[in-house]
Design a protein around this ligand. Structure first.
Ligand code: GDP
Ligand code: MG
Length: 163
């Protein structure tokens, strides 16, 4: 049996970096073709011997503040509806922002199965943000560095029981 993991969270926290790492660069390039929807990207992921589907939410980067919340909500709800489990990513260097709180609320209301991931946590600069991530009330945060490939072992151990 396989499962679908949706990576959700506000722009610029590192969702696509993790997506690319799980799927591989070759497939991610397909997204650069014209006519391909950029809102949700889906690809086959590998982590150790695990094989699953991963969804990256995007298309929020170029919208204005006014339309961001509604669009973000719709997109996130769509991804949550498609997924067995959500990886809710925050930026450990920035800490929790009001926008992160909006995402947490959407996920809570939906009763989604959530892994909170505090990304950009390489080195010590992310320590404060990792602690703050506990305050979201969505469980113990996973310490991650999508760019440096740190925390993927822990992600594997979290995902393995549901595979
Ligand atoms: P998205 O908008 O959530 O998809 O974020 P991206 O994956 O596009 O990443 C946004 C920025 O954060 C890029 O400049 C990445 O290089 C950077 N980034 C992603 N992951 C990490 C990380 O683990 N550590 C650091 N320091 N930067 C990261
Ligand atoms: Mg992205």
């Amino acid at each position: 049996m396989s499962f679908t993991l949706a990576i959700v969270g506000r722009p610029n926290v590192g969702k696509s970096t993790l997506f690319n790492r799980l799927v591989g660069k070759r497939l991610a390039l397909v997204d650069d073709q014209p006519g391909v929807t950029r809102d949700l990207r889906e690809g086959p992921a590998r982590l150790g011997e695990l094989r699953f589907t991963v969804i990256d939410t995007a298309g929020l980067e170029d919208v204005t503040d006014d339309s961001l919340q509604g669009r973000m909500r719709r997109l996130t709800e769509r991804a949550v509806g498609m997924a067995d489990i959500c990886l809710f990513m925050i930026d450990a260097r920035t800490g929790i922002t009001p926008t992160d709180q909006v995402f947490a609320e959407i996920l809570r209301k939906r009763g989604a199965h959530v892994i909170v991931a505090a990304n950009k946590a390489e080195g010590r600069a992310g320590d404060g943000g990792v602690l703050e991530a506990f305050s979201l009330g969505l469980g113990e945060p996973l310490r991650l560095s999508a760019e440096h490939g740190e925390g993927l072992d822990e992600l594997y151990h979290i995902l393995r029981p549901i595979a």
